[in-house]
Every structure is written in C-alpha cells, then in structure tokens.
Design a protein around this ligand. Structure first.
Ligand code: PLP
Length: 412
C-alpha cells in the first residue's frame, strides 16, 4: 500500500482534485506586471501608506480598551456589524449624499469584496445571467465567475456604461430565454476606467431594472474621493426600493487592512443578505475602531485625502506628458478622471503589450494589464495605472518610465 503524500503531483492530491465542486474550480489569478515588490508599484488600488492615520487609531483604541466597550470588542458580536458603526455610517450617508437611512438598512461586511460576493450569491443561481461593465473591477467579476454566471460586458464611454447597448442586450437576453438577473455597475470614478455614470443614464438604468426585472449592484468604492465637479446622486436614491443594493467601503478612505465595507438596501433585503453571510459576523474589534475613529476624524480625513490623491493624479499625468513630449505619436489614449485612484490607458496600435510589460518590469514598474478587467479576457491593448500608493516624485518618475517602456517596445 502506498502512503498518502502531501506533495503536489502525488496520488493523494490528484484524488483531492476530483473532490472539488465546480464552484471551487480555480479562478485565474489577477495578473500584475513586474516583479512583486516593484519599486514603482502602480498595480493594486492600495491607499496611500503615508496617509494612514496610525496615531489617531492608537488613541481611538486606547479609548475603547479603557472603557466598557473593551471586552465587547474582543468577543463575538452582532452578525450585521457593530450598531455604533452602522449609526455612524447612516449619518455619513445623510451628510455626504443626502441618503436617508438607518442602521437596519446597513450590513457591515468584511470589505466590499465580501459584500459583492454576498449579493451575487443571494441573487444568482449557478449558471444564471449577469451583466457588468466592460471593463469592470475583477473583484466584482470573480464571484460571478465562481457562480458560473453567464456574464455579458457592456462597453463604457465618457459617461459610463452605454445604457443604449445595455437595453439592447437586455432585450436580446429575454428573447433568448436567459434574462439577466443582476447588473453590476461602478458609477463613480470607475475602476479601472475612471469615468462617472451620468445622471440621465442612472435614471434610465433604474427604469430598466423595473422593466426587465433585475437587481442593480451599485458598487461605490471611490465616491468620496472627488477632486472636482458636482456629486452625482446614487442610483439607490432614484430606483424603486429593493431594486438596488449599494456597496461601499472604508478601504479607500480609512484603511484597506481594516476590512470594513457596508451594504445598503431596504431592511428585508439586508435581513436576507445577513442570513447568507458566512463570515461568523462582522469583526466587533475593527467595527468599533472604525466607528470611534470615523466619528471623530472621518470627514476631515477624507477632505485631506482628496487633496493628496488629486496631487498624485497630477504628478502621474505630468510624468507621462513629459515622457511622451518627444514621441507624441506613441502617446496612449487616456481620460483624466476627476476622482478615484486609476488612470486607464489604451496603448497605441501596433505596440505589443507583452513587450511593454517586459520593459516596464525591467524598469521596476508594475501595473495591471487590461485583460484582468474584461469578462471575456479581451482588452490586451489597455493598462491600468494606480496613482494611489506612490509618492508624487515617484509618480513623475513612474510616468517617465512607462513612457520609456512604450517607446522602447514600439521600436523593438
Ligand atoms: C470598484 C471596487 N469595488 C470594491 C473594491 C473592494 O474593496 P474592499 O474589499 O477593500 O472594500 C475595490 C477595491 O479595489 C474596488 O476598486
């Protein structure tokens, strides 16, 4: 008899493979270009490390542990999340966006990735049809893929998702007997494309949800980080109640490491989502820390971040403009977003993205290539640069290096 082994390629692991469910089939990993730990890392949408409010968080924590909340922070808590945090967030939604809500309409999740997955699981059966933008955020795409949903991507333009194309696709899917049950959209400072869904398109999307009977998953991870222009009302505020579940997060405005996101929906929907959540309850520890910090410093911190990220965006764009000054024909096409973290670029025709990635990697530059953001794996002519993590001087240099990589790749 052979002894079971724990090493890859051995009979024991081969047998294990046959036990995995279809849902546990491996998902493709996110492809980052350049070495891990790249000097100029514009890959992940990480918050600016220098902005993380560590001293204020220590003070908040001391306050929690020296009072009656200290024990509660370290025990199991309310699965829906600490009520104090839900109160703070309800008040923030009113202050920032005029959304009237209450803690019963909020569900705290372990980062909005978790919230997106929970909503997808709640509304989709394996093999159902879902729609997203093309491109879209891979964290939204992954749960759809895991559920083996038939995913259709709708192109974007300067005003966000092409709602005319969405409507045509919805009709086509009804005719084919595979109506879409869920439409996933990122209306503010889109990841990766940087665009905003216009107000008129938001209204039309809300109407289409009633006409075609689907749920809208509105993912707002960057809405607070607006550098210019007017706030555009959430789809949540204009749709029939229950048609929209809105997802948001503290990752970009406080700390990604705290893993605090939140879903907003009418109470019966939140109750269903809460019952489906399999995380053993939102963390009483990070929820109290976030609530304590946010209630004292949150709004002021966000206003500070808006200035920080605006300057970072400008530094990256400056570096790129300088880098292409001597080769305007090779300059990629990009739109300058008025908020968020990302610059989305289309490489010039004839420039091989694999060569660009190699040249960039050799120069210590990391970014994410386009195919990670398309449900059908297309988009190799695009790259996404995150300006959020690097310092301004590094972003100028990174812009020069990206330009150099494209120029070298074009001539090799
Ligand atoms: C559009 C969008 N949604 C959701 C998230 C998930 O953030 P988290 O899970 O940290 O809340 C991100 C993070 O990059 C994002 O860009």
């Amino acid at each position: 008899m052979t002894t079971p082994s724990t090493h890859a390629g051995t009979p024991a692991l081969a047998n294990l493979d046959s036990l995995y469910s279809q849902i546990a089939a491996p998902l493709p990993p996110v492809q980052f270009t350049g070495a891990t730990g790249a000097r100029y890392n514009m890959g992940a949408g990480q918050p600016d490390p220098a902005s993380l409010p560590k001293m204020e968080l220590i003070e908040t924590l001391e306050g929690i542990f020296s009072g009656p909340e200290g024990d509660l922070a370290l025990m199991y808590g309310d699965a829906a999340g600490f009520i104090g945090l839900r109160e703070v967030l309800a008040a923030k939604l009113k202050r920032w966006e005029g959304i009237e809500t209450n803690p019963k309409e909020l569900l705290i999740v372990n980062g909005s990735n978790h919230g997106l997955a929970t909503v997808a699981q709640a509304f989709l059966n394996v093999g159902d049809t879902a729609i997203c933008e093309a491109p879209t955020f891979m964290g939204g795409l992954r749960p759809l893929r895991q559920l083996q949903a038939k995913v259709h991507g709708i192109p974007l333009d300067d005003d966000g998702m092409r709602i005319d194309l969405l409507e045509a696709k919805l009709k086509e899917l009804v005719d084919a007997g595979t109506p879409a049950k869920l439409v996933y959209t990122i209306p503010n400072f889109h990841n990766p494309a940087g665009v905003n869904l216009s107000l008129s398109r938001r209204h039309r999307l809300a109407e289409l949800a009633d006409l075609f009977n689907f749920v809208i998953l509105e993912d707002d991870a960057y809405g607070e980080l607006r550098f210019s222009g007017e706030h555009i009302a959430a789809i949540y505020t204009m749709a029939t109640p229950g048609r929209v579940v809105r997802s948001a997060t503290l990752s970009k405005i406080l700390s990604a490491g705290m893993r605090v996101g939140y879903l907003l929906a009418p109470e019966p929907v939140i109750a269903r989502l809460n019952a489906m959540k399999l995380d053993g309850g939102a963390s009483p520890f990070t929820n109290r820390l976030a609530a304590g910090y946010y209630s004292q410093h949150g709004d002021a911190h966000i206003h500070q971040l808006i200035g920080i990220y605006r300057h970072k965006r400008d530094a990256l764009v400056r570096g790129l403009e300088e880098g292409f000054a001597d080769a305007p024909a090779l300059k990629p096409v990009w739109r300058i977003p008025n908020g968020g973290f990302f610059l989305w670029m289309r490489l010039p025709d004839g420039v091989d993205p694999v060569k660009v990635a190699k040249e960039a990697g050799d120069r210590g530059v990391a970014y994410v290539g386009g195919p990670a953001f398309f449900a059908d794996g297309s988009g190799r002519e695009y790259i996404r640069l995150a300006w959020s993590m690097l310092s301004e001087p590094d972003l100028v240099t990174a812009g020069h290096l990206v330009a150099e990589s494209i120029k070298v790749a074009a001539h090799s």
